[in-house]
Design a protein around this ligand. Structure first.
Ligand code: NAD
Length: 419
């Protein structure tokens, strides 16, 4: 099996954007590396009295457009390369979304399921203390990512309050409601992906009505994408999680499936399913829309040729490898790229951050309406650039999204006198 280093893939995508925009090598030299990478070792007193030492990172990729912004991931396989790649993708995502943010990302190599709640709290607070000199409301604003949630954000916020002796609500986003968070943050990523897919469906078929959908990964992003796509007339016929997938040819009820997953641990126990399938089979189903919403590198040169969906909306970060994308482009499959399709989370984080700084400013209804409008506008901006400025037989939507995103960062770097 070919292994993919996400950082190498991220650099490849940057290289393509630099070539497309005709930019100089110095731009690549700046943008291919993080401005700063902090590695921390974190000793944690475990419940049994022993001490375990964890390793973590915060990568600050680029700050030309504003403070670094991006989540913190807790995962047993995360490493510096993954964190750097994710921070670079955040630079493009924030730039493309028109936010006043640069890109950052953090991670701790840990399996959080093996820690007690108190151990996780001590680890989270110690990590945030260790990076506290580099983060801040106007410096670097972390948020949740894989296996971190509003509770972890509350511990981060509190650790920062203790170190800095002040209540800086805007230092992290994705907080619980009682600590300055917003309800809409929970639905934001999946809802945003559904909006992007809906706008693409309008361009391709005039709308979503009756279009079939398969969703890989039924967590936060996958569930809400399925829920809103179904609500807007599409037929979700297959979903999966880490234990496998199911097919319901007449269309499933996303809330019912979610309930089954909550109660039994997996979507595979949904009684109305006519067939169980593997995650690999799900990707190759004959559907109109495929939503990869689980992990990186699931569409590779090994299976790209077998993908039958006409539209792919990337809820996950980096689900399609660059080599696979060449094949998809040749086949005429349209990929709404991750930096566009899953930007709902960070757009909502921006609304939360502004709300914190204004001391409470926006209602949940306004927040959701702003999010929907911004996702739809962002999609149209990329679509129009792709259709009007690029040769669509040669370049895909990702190329258009990268061109817009990199160009905005480069303009900011020029204005600041960096290049
Ligand atoms: P999550 O933990 O809530 O859900 C992940 C889901 O994927 C779970 O159902 C899990 O069972 C499933 N899964 C794990 N490994 C799998 C595998 N090998 N095959 C199939 N399914 C598998 O996570 P999430 O927050 O929904 O994030 C999913 C993806 O979306 C990640 O790539 C993440 O980076 C991206 N993303 C999430 C957000 C957000 O705000 N939640 C924002 C931007 C991007």
């Amino acid at each position: 099996m070919v292994t993919h280093d996400p950082y190498e893939e991220a650099k490849k995508q940057l290289r393509q954007a630099i070539e497309l925009l005709g930019l100089g090598e110095e731009v690549y030299e700046i943008l291919a590396y993080p401005e700063r990478l902090l590695q921390v070792r974190i000793p944690v007193k475990m419940d049994d009295g022993s001490v375990k030492v964890f390793i973590g990172w915060r990568s600050q990729h680029n700050s030309a457009l504003g403070p670094y912004k991006g989540g913190v991931r807790y995962h047993p396989n995360t490493d510096a390369h993954e964190v750097i790649a994710l921070s670079m993708w955040m630079t493009w995502k924030n730039s493309l979304a028109g936010l006043p943010y640069g890109g950052g990302k953090g991670g701790i190599r840990v399996d959080p399921h093996k820690l007690s709640k108190n151990e996780l709290m001590r680890l989270s607070k110690a990590y945030f203390e260790a990076i506290s000199d580099l983060v801040g409301v106007d410096q670097d604003i972390p948020a949740p990512d894989v296996y971190t949630d509003p509770q972890v954000m509350s511990w981060f916020f509190d650790a920062y309050a203790k170190v800095k002796r002040g209540q800086y609500f805007g230092v992290v986003t994705g907080k619980p409601l009682d600590l300055g968070g917003m309800q809409t943050r929970i639905i934001a990523t999946g809802f945003g992906t559904a909006v992007a897919a809906r706008e693409a469906a309008k361009k391709l078929w005039g709308g979503l009505e009756g279009k079939t959908v398969a969703v890989q990964g039924y967590g936060n992003a996958g569930y809400y994408a399925a829920k809103y796509l179904a609500e807007w007339g599409a037929k979700v016929i297959a979903v999966s999680d880490s234990r496998g997938g199911i097919i319901v040819p007449d269309g499933l009820d996303p809330d019912e499936v979610k309930k089954v997953k909550n109660e039994t641990g997996s979507v595979i126990n949904y009684a109305k399913a006519t067939k169980k399938i593997t995650n690999e089979e799900l990707l190759e189903l004959d559907v109109d829309i495929l939503v990869p919403a689980a992990i990186e590198n699931v569409i590779t040169e090994a299976n790209a040729d077998k993908i039958k969906a006409k539209l792919i909306a990337e809820a996950a970060n980096g689900p399609t490898t660059p080599d696979a994308e060449v094949i998809l482009t040749q086949k005429g499959i349209i990929v709404v790229p991750d930096i566009l399709a899953n930007a709902g989370g960070v757009i909502m984080s921006h609304i939360e951050w502004v709300n914190n700084r204004m001391g409470g400013w926006i209602t949940e209804e306004e927040a959701k309406a702003r999010l929907e409008q911004k996702m739809a506008n962002n999609f149209l901006r990329v679509w129009d650039y792709w259709q009007n400025k690029l040769d669509t037989s040669k370049y895909n939507m990702r190329a258009a999204a990268y061109a817009i995103a990199v160009d905005r960062v480069v303009r900011a770097m020029k204005l600041r006198g960096w290049i």
